[in-house]
Design a binder for this molecule. Structure first.
Ligand code: FES
Ligand code: FE2
Length: 435
């Protein structure tokens, strides 16, 4: 018997700082036993992003979606209270809500007609005289709420572990990056999901997307066609690399990380970094947005929010790409070599139609499933997964780039610290560490 059969985790990550070597065993991407451990020790215990508050802003609004493999309803009841229910009838299990979003005062099960109020109470069973009058005196037949849910700057998370630490503690230093993502826009009216969800899938392991989402090393090769397009559109990209610019990666604690830069990337931002192709009118509008934000959050922070880019990775499966547009992306594996993605565009409430149009164009052009980036990235992930079919012969991935300087002041964006941050947390949780 091989050692890895006795201990499926202890051998999976080589983390040798003295030699500057970091490796991940490719079995981590293909093994069904590891996926089972991930479900039990990561997805059932970590805080998982479920919805944005703007999707359930008004009494009666709901969204229904699968979150870490479980069907949920996130809704606001008629009294304005937020709920997150398991979307399963307490009779014999059918989904009580079949629409992805809408408004409802009640959820009526399509199978036998049990009906639940928007606060979860069972309020109707057909042929009620067949049941004892107090058959629900303990509330066991009401819709069941998830063990924990909480909201942070409009981001609603759930946790399937009743003993979980508070969300704000879990987010560690990533919390302030979520706060920054909630502070865009001149109006100061908060953020909203632009209606519609993008869903797509890849024949690859879910951890490959987490690695890829803040990988600063692949842009010139994987996304060469986009870089060529930007150069052709803008004439040059070099004018944006000013002396004050920087690019770096930060370990934000608890497995979270960010890859960020200021004036360091070649695209414009709807909030609020103009490019020559946007024209003078949009530049003037963006400058005005910046000044309003500077008055509200301070000039230094507004400079960072508006003129910087950041790819935020929140362990285990939330990515906030705040780049040429602002996206929320989650993903979940249904098999070791298959995951599904849900993605949304986030935008400031009260944004002008001009900036909203530009935002959505930027979003679709680069980050959308038909854009310049996402199909190329998906192809790379699937190529990696195909490569792992040889894992018995070629066993290890290398993630050592920048390891010698990772404890220095500014690990580079092109380094792989963000992946190591993820994998160290993954290793510890799978080995049984507390979340
Ligand atoms: S399964 Fe819902 S009413 Fe029977
Ligand atoms: Fe990419």
């Amino acid at each position: 018997m091989n050692p890895q059969d006795l201990d499926p985790i202890g051998w999976a990550v080589v983390d040798d700082k003295a030699r500057g070597v970091f490796r991940v065993h490719r079995r981590a991407f293909v093994d069904a036993q590891i996926l089972e451990l991930e479900r039990a020790r990561i997805f059932s215990r970590c805080w998982i992003y479920a919805a944005h508050a703007s999707e359930v802003a008004e009494p009666g609004q709901y969204v229904a979606r699968k979150v870490a493999g479980r069907e949920l309803i996130v809704n606001r009841d008629r009294d304005g209270r937020l709920h997150v229910f398991f979307n399963t009838c307490t009779h014999r299990g059918a989904l009580v809500c079949r629409e992805a979003k809408g408004r409802a005062r009640n959820f009526s099960c399509p199978y036998h007609g049990w009906t639940f109020a928007d606060d979860g109470r069972l309020v109707h069973q057909p042929i009620p005289e067949s049941y004892a009058p107090d058959c629900n005196s303990d509330g066991a037949l009401n819709l069941r709420e998830v063990p924990r849910f909480d909201e942070f700057c409009g981001f609603i998370f759930v946790n399937y572990d009743a003993q979980a630490i508070p969300l704000a503690d879990y987010l560690a230093d990533a919390g302030d990056y979520l706060r920054m993502a909630s502070q865009h826009g001149a109006a100061g009216a908060g953020m909203e999901i632009v209606s519609g969800t993008q869903t797509y899938c890849a024949k690859a392991n879910w951890k490959l997307l987490q690695e890829n989402s803040a990988d600063g090393y692949h842009a010139d090769t994987t996304h060469a066609s986009y870089m060529d397009y930007i150069k052709a559109r803008e004439g040059s990209v070099l004018n944006l690399y000013s002396e004050k610019g920087f690019g770096r990666v930060r370990n934000l604690g608890r497995g979270h990380s960010v890859s960020e830069s200021i004036w360091g990337t070649p695209w414009g931002r709807p909030c609020a970094r103009a490019m020559p192709s946007f024209g003078a009118e949009i530049k003037a509008e963006m400058d005005a947005v910046f000044e309003t934000m500077a008055a509200r959050v301070g000039r230094e922070r507004a400079d960072f929010i508006c003129h910087g880019d950041r790819n935020l990775l929140i362990f285990p499966n939330l990515v906030v790409n705040d780049v040429c547009a602002l996206t929320i992306r989650t993903f979940y594996p249904s098999a070791p070599d298959y995951f599904e993605v849900n993605a949304w565009a986030l935008a400031p409430r009260g944004e002008s139609q001009t900036l909203r149009d530009l935002r959505l164009r930027n979003y679709l052009e680069f980050l959308g499933p038909g854009g310049f980036a996402t199909p190329d990235d998906q192809e790379m992930l699937e190529l990696c997964q195909r490569g792992y079919q040889a894992h018995a012969g070629v066993e290890w991935n290398d993630l050592s780039r920048g390891m010698a300087t990772e404890d220095g002041p500014s690990p580079a964006k092109q380094d792989e610290l963000q992946m190591r941050t993820f994998w160290r947390r993954w290793r510890d949780l799978l080995a049984g560490a507390a979340v």
